[in-house]
Design a protein around this ligand. Structure first.
Ligand SMILES: [Zn+2]
Length: 236
C-alpha cells in the first residue's frame, strides 16, 4: 500500500516537474525577448547614426569657424592695402601693382564669403540632422526600455509561479521512496518529458500504448512496474 502511495506521489511529482519545465521554457521563450533583441539592435544602429551625425556636424562647424577666421585675416589685409592705395605717394608701377593686389584680394575675399555662407548652410543642415538622429535614438531607447520592463515583469511573475511549484515539490519529494525517486530523476534527466504513466485499462499513460494481458501481468510483478513499450514507471 505504501509502495502504491509512493507511486501515486510520483505522478504528482511529475506533474509539478512538468509545470516547472513549462514555466522555465516560457521564461526563455517570451515573445518580448525577441522583440527586445530587435529593439536593442535598432537602438544600437540609431546610436551609431547619431554619433556619425554629431561627428559630421563638428567637422562642418570647425571648417566654418576656420574659414571665418581666415576671412577675418583677409579683410584686415585688404583694408590695409586699400588704405595704402588711398594714401598715395607711390610711383605708377607701384600703384598699379597695389591696385592689382587689392583687386585680387577682393575676389579672394568674396570667394571666401561665399564659401563661409555655404558652410554655414551645410552646418545648419548638419545640426538639424543631428537633432533628428538624437530624437530617433531617444525613441528607440525608450522602446528598448519598454521591452526590458515587460520582460522583467513577466520573469517576476513566472519566477513567483516557479517558487510556488518548488514549495509543492518539496512537499511531495519526502513521501516518495528514495530508490523510486532516484529512478525517476535518472529517467527524467536522461529522457526528459513524461517518464511516469498511470496504468489504466492496460494502457500506459505515458506512451498511450496498450499492454497485452501477459505484458500487464508481467509489468505489475515488477517493482516498480515499467511499461514494456516506453520504459515509463507505471502507476497501477
Ligand atoms: Zn509506455
Amino acid at each position: 500500500m505504501e509502495e502504491l502511495q509512493s507511486l501515486a506521489d510520483l505522478l504528482d511529482l511529475q506533474e509539478v516537474d512538468s509545470a516547472i519545465d513549462k514555466l522555465l521554457d516560457d521564461r526563455q521563450n517570451l515573445p518580448a525577448l525577441q522583440q527586445y533583441k530587435v529593439a536593442h539592435a535598432d537602438a544600437v544602429a540609431k546610436g551609431k547614426a547619431r554619433q556619425a551625425a554629431e561627428d559630421h556636424s563638428k567637422v562642418v562647424s570647425l571648417d566654418a569657424d576656420k574659414l571665418a577666421g581666415e576671412l577675418e585675416i583677409a579683410e584686415v589685409k585688404l583694408d590695409r592695402q586699400e588704405q595704402r592705395l588711398f594714401a598715395g605717394g607711390m610711383n605708377a608701377k607701384e600703384t598699379e601693382n597695389m591696385r592689382q593686389d587689392v583687386a585680387s584680394l577682393r575676389i579672394s575675399k568674396s570667394n571666401m564669403e561665399d564659401r563661409v555662407l555655404e558652410l554655414l548652410d551645410i552646418s545648419e543642415t548638419a545640426e538639424i540632422a543631428l537633432s533628428v538622429a538624437g530624437k530617433a535614438l531617444a525613441a528607440a531607447e525608450e522602446e528598448e526600455r519598454g521591452f526590458e520592463e515587460m520582460i522583467a515583469d513577466a520573469w517576476k511573475s513566472i519566477d513567483a509561479m516557479i517558487a510556488r511549484k518548488e514549495v509543492r515539490k518539496a512537499e511531495i519529494v519526502p513521501s516518495v521512496a528514495p530508490d523510486l525517486l532516484e529512478l525517476y530523476t535518472d529517467l527524467r534527466n536522461r529522457r526528459g518529458g513524461v517518464v511516469v504513466g498511470a496504468l489504466e485499462h492496460s494502457t500506459c499513460g505515458a506512451c498511450h500504448l496498450e499492454l497485452s494481458a501477459a505484458e500487464h501481468h508481467e509489468a505489475i510483478q515488477e517493482n516498480p512496474p515499467r511499461c514494456v513499450h516506453c520504459g515509463a514507471i507505471l502507476v497501477p
